[in-house]
Design a protein around this ligand. Structure first.
Ligand code: PMT
Length: 402
């Protein structure tokens, strides 16, 4: 589903801005929402006003900006009730570690936190903070509590931070936040469906400190999980080691080896409606994992490799199993190899990509192969392709005989 197809005009969104350098990006989000016809009210915490002026937000939203519970412009001092009642959605951009902690604990000590506690509408939160603050056990526990209460968490992303450090904690781009807001209001064709996705690389240990792996970052698989959740599905993501945060609302299961991935996938696949294998699973593993670090010797070192289980193949062979989607990364002869793979694995849909344009990249290009032929999805951000892939899967589901 393209976000441009989702009508957001006339929706009423309250944008809460908390204190953080990323607060300036909230101004661009206001602009995007207003341009799309959304009625935007902005509420800022006192710290947020240190980073960006309410006047800017007022000019962009065309509506008064509130920062204080005791604002004399509200005659009955009930701003927290009024504002939380007449909105379809509240989004917090950026959400500081402090504000997330307040939300997790139901604190109501300023206008924004109070109206969040008083709200009846859904809440979406875009965290932005230093890498250590995000990784702090308290923050992670708070985020888990928000997720368990169906509060959407969008991001954070990894990258360079305003403080000069690098890592997870950067706010995701406002275009992505806007896409999340749009999809919140979009149709949910996969409501009631269970989608199981694999993502990232596997790691096959040679000894205690070395192993065989590949360059999969998990970005494509996580985007597929995000697209599935946007379409209303209940999503489980079985992931190899990545630096990514799982999309909000997704159940995440971390694995390392192909055999662990198989153990996690098979019982869940039996209960799933759709299985999408995006992971780059090692076809072979060392026959033996040494219990100590291998020492350098004089000559060549031979490592015997044995085949790993074919997870997708096994799922496709399940009686009454899920609708299966495979991925294929090739460096050449994309079409021929992909068609061959689809046939061999006996799956209805296969998404093929060129390895050199896919592994680790922000963008990708896919060619989908199904019983009707091939469908080219030109180069785009992985989340855009994931939504297009999901739309294709949804279109194929009714003609599926299970
Ligand atoms: O993670 P990113 O950096 O975003 O990169 C995305 C990607 C390139 C990893 C992804 O788009 C992709 O192409 N994934 C499949 C990688 C691949 O090479 O697959 P394959 O040709 O080895 O396997 C074909 C299919 O069988 C895949 O769906 C795979 O998950 C599955 N498989 C493979 C081997 C195995 N033992 N078990 C499997 O289930």
């Amino acid at each position: 589903m393209k976000n441009s197809q989702i009508t957001v005009a006339g929706k009423r969104v309250l944008l809460g801005v908390t204190g953080g350098v990323a607060a300036y990006k909230a101004a661009e989000l206001v602009r995007l929402m207003v341009k799309a016809g959304i009625d935007v009210r902005v509420v800022m915490t006192a710290s947020a006003t240190r980073f960006i002026g309410p006047v800017t937000m007022q000019a962009l939203s065309g509506q008064p900006v509130l920062t204080d519970m005791w604002d004399a412009r509200i005659p009955d001092n009930m701003a927290h009730i009024e504002l939380s009642r007449d909105r379809d959605l509240i989004v917090i951009v950026p959400a500081s570690a402090n504000f997330i902690a307040k939300l997790a604990n139901g604190l109501a000590d300023d206008l924004l936190s109070t109206l969040c506690v008083a709200r009846r509408c859904p809440l979406l939160v875009a965290p932005a903070m230093n890498v250590e603050m995000w990784g702090n056990a308290a923050t992670q526990e708070n985020v888990k509590r928000l997720v368990s209460r169906n509060i959407g968490i969008v991001g954070p992303a990894a990258g360079e931070q305003a403080c000069g450090e690098t890592g997870l904690g950067r706010m995701i781009e406002v275009e992505q936040i806007f896409a999340n807001i749009s999809s919140h209001f979009g149709p949910k064709p996969l409501l009631g469906k269970k989608v199981l996705v694999t993502a990232g690389p596997t790691y096959e240990p040679i000894d205690t400190v070395r192993g065989l792996t590949n360059l999969s970052s998990g970005k494509m698989g996580y985007a597929v999980a995000q697209a599935a959740i946007e379409a209303g599905a209940t999503v489980t993501l079985v992931t190899g080691s990545t630096a990514l945060a799982a999309p909000a609302g997704v159940e995440r299961i971390d694995v390392q080896t192909a055999r662990q991935m198989r153990e996690a996938v098979l019982p869940r696949a039996r209960k799933s409606d759709i299985f999408i294998g995006v992971a780059a699973v090692a076809d072979y593993r060392p026959a033996e994992t040494k219990a100590h670090k291998l020492k350098r010797g004089a000559g060549n070192l031979m490592i015997e490799l044995v085949p790993n289980p074919d997870i997708l193949g096994e799922v496709a062979r399940l009686k009454n199993g899920p609708f299966c989607v495979g991925f294929a990364a090739e460096t050449e002869n994309l079409r021929a190899y992909a068609q061959e793979k689809r046939k061999k694995k006996n799956i209805p849909l296969l998404a093929a990509n060129l390895a050199q344009h896919a592994f680790g990249q922000e963008t990708n290009a896919l060619t989908l192969f199904d019983d009707k032929g091939e469908h080219v999805l030109p180069k785009a951000e992985k989340i855009v392709l994931a939504r297009q892939l999901m739309a294709h899967v949804i279109a194929m589901l009714p003609r599926r005989s299970r």
